[in-house]
Design a protein around this ligand. Structure first.
Ligand code: NAP
Length: 267
């Protein structure tokens, strides 16, 4: 895709927004934070660009259960406002549109059935974005900014001998740098639905153990069940994403992403 006019990134201060800003840095990047455009409102006057990478979202899965209207205002209303700009659109969606009962990797043709408010708002956002958008379902994002599992574990691992982590949810932890590079490749492929997540899969407990191992922390992981942790939002037990599209960009393994992220955090 010709990016002469540049790209517009919403949610530019989020973890994916930061990675997209870097990935497209040699083109013109218009980075928009919430203070530039609260996406629950129609867009202000914006420069002419070739593509809109819509990474702004309500991402607090548990809080969405308490405040479904506000979560929908950001995720569905925000996507509506982004689509109304009439610029080629990339929408980021989630593995949480699935209920996890399949037990083997989810591909684009699998029927969604979200368990949570967050998952439902993202599925509605997909519909609002429409067939003219690239809809990128991804999962378990982590990067060097914002709130995420890797940064939380590094914080806890430095302070504690043991942390309790769920061992009955399996997915693909995806490094935002790898996803941003794949999105660049996607812009030369047809629009529509694409599953883009890291290679490999693990449980949150296995991911935590890998984080401590790579970081050299002597912190034990106590494997617990979802019930024991008692979070407000239901989550799929199995949400490994794979693409059935032969031309889909392939992402590196999550462990390679973890190493890159830790190097970035240490630099
Ligand atoms: N995180 C994951 O594990 C995951 C998994 C699958 C898919 N996704 C999807 O990937 C995309 C990027 O996620 P992320 O992990 O980068 O999220 P993030 O780090 O939470 O960033 C989201 C960004 O959206 C901004 N935002 C929230 N409400 C807004 C509003 N009303 N107007 C403008 N900006 C607003 C936030 O700004 P403030 O900081 O001001 O709130 C934040 O900078 C989202 O669409 C998400 O649903 C995420």
């Amino acid at each position: 895709m010709d990016l002469t006019r540049g790209v517009l990134v919403t949610g530019a201060d989020g973890q994916l927004g930061a990675a997209l800003g870097e990935e497209f840095a040699e083109t013109r990047v218009v980075r928009l934070t919430r203070s530039d455009w609260d996406v629950t409102l129609p867009a202000p006057a914006l420069p002419d660009v070739d593509v809109l990478l819509h990474a702004a979202a309500w991402t607090d899965v548990d809080a969405a259960e308490e405040d479904p209207q506000e979560a929908a205002a950001v995720n569905v209303g925000g996507t509506q406002h982004a689509a109304e700009l009439g610029v080629p659109l990339v929408l980021f969606s989630t593995d949480y549109v699935f209920d996890g009962r399949k037990g083997e990797p989810y591909v684009e043709s699998d029927a969604p059935n979200p368990l949570s408010v967050y998952g439902r708002t993202k599925l509605q956002a997909e519909a609002v974005a429409g067939d003219a958008a690239w809809i990128v379902r991804t999962s378990w994002l982590f990067g060097w900014t914002s709130r995420n599992f890797v940064r939380t574990m590094l914080h806890l691992g430095a302070e504690r001998d043991e942390v309790a982590v769920v061992d009955d949810q399996r997915g693909c932890p995806t490094y935002v740098g790898h996803l941003a590079a794949a999105v660049r490749g996607l812009l030369d492929r047809p629009r529509g639905l694409w599953h883009l997540a890291a290679d490999g899969d693990c449980t949150w407990a296995e991911f935590a153990e890998a984080i401590f191992e790579e970081a050299g922390f002597d912190c034990r992981v106590r494997r617990v069940t979802t019930e024991e942790l008692g979070r407000p939002a239901p989550r799929p037990r199995y949400s490994v994403l794979r693409s059935a599209r032969p031309e889909a960009p392939r992402l590196p393994h999550w462990r390679a992403g973890l190493r890159e992220c830790l190097e970035r955090l240490a630099s």
